[in-house]
Design a protein around this ligand. Structure first.
Ligand SMILES: CC(C)(COP(=O)(O)OP(=O)(O)OC[C@H]1O[C@@H](n2cnc3c(N)ncnc32)[C@H](O)[C@@H]1OP(=O)(O)O)[C@@H](O)C(=O)NCCC(=O)NCCS
Length: 181
């Protein structure tokens, strides 16, 4: 029997909620003692994947990470706290929102430092696309994120099509050989 049999067809946002807390160590920082952007993106990817795994209950891969703003630096010794949940499920893909805060361990002050939206795609044991359960938003905030996720998906699809066209044009130029002097 496959692990997908007897799976529910609908899940709640709450059942996908995930979190992770890390302490920022010297190896995670740049020369100013701030958390490296790439390290933070790694934490965001991992926390996002946890929510996607909880929703899909199968293999997931990151298909995209949207625009991300680093609102303020996270300092060496801070606690970095990440929370994620699935905003909306489509066919094999899910949009996950991740929010990040930093806590100063001496003062206890907490600041919102970054947010990101990621798309994860569910795959079966053979690497083929796997359908995921639908998501049932329950609270007003969950319903707002559910609606916004569809608009972001439409925007992503337009952008993906534009980039695909750009790549094929560049490939066409390369195949045409070097430009004549
Ligand atoms: C993501 C991946 C599985 C999509 O495969 P594909 O054959 O292009 O699939 P399709 O075009 O049929 O799309 C399948 C789903 O993925 C979504 N998708 C594909 N590319 C996407 C992108 N760039 N951004 C967001 N969603 C994307 C589609 O919207 C579709 O969702 P739906 O099933 O819910 O409608 C494939 O591109 C892949 O394996 N990428 C590498 C993933 C990886 O290794 N990630 C780690 C980081 S390097």
């Amino acid at each position: 029997m496959s692990s997908q049999e007897n799976q529910p067809t609908v899940r709640t946002v709450q059942s996908t909620q995930s979190e992770m807390t890390e302490i920022v160590l010297p190896n995670d920082t740049n020369t100013l003692g701030n958390l490296l952007g790439g390290r933070l993106m790694h934490f965001i990817d991992l926390t996002g994947a946890m929510a996607a795994y909880r929703h899909a209950r199968t293999h997931v891969v990151t298909a995209s990470m949207d625009h991300i703003d680093f609102i303020q630096p996270v300092r060496l010794g801070d606690l970095v706290m990440l929370r994620s949940s699935v905003n909306r499920a489509f066919s094999s893909s899910m949009e996950v929102g991740v929010k990040v805060w930093a806590e100063n361990t001496r003062t206890g002050a907490i600041a919102h430092v970054a947010s990101a939206y990621l798309v994860f795609v569910a795959l079966d044991e053979r690497g083929g696309l796997q359908k995921v359960p639908q998501l049932q938003p329950e609270t007003p905030d969950e319903m707002r994120r559910y609606g916004d996720a569809l608009r972001r998906r439409e925007h992503r699809e337009l952008e993906n099509a534009r980039r695909k066209k750009e790549r094929s044009e560049i490939a066409g130029m390369k195949n045409a050989g070097p430009l004549e002097p």
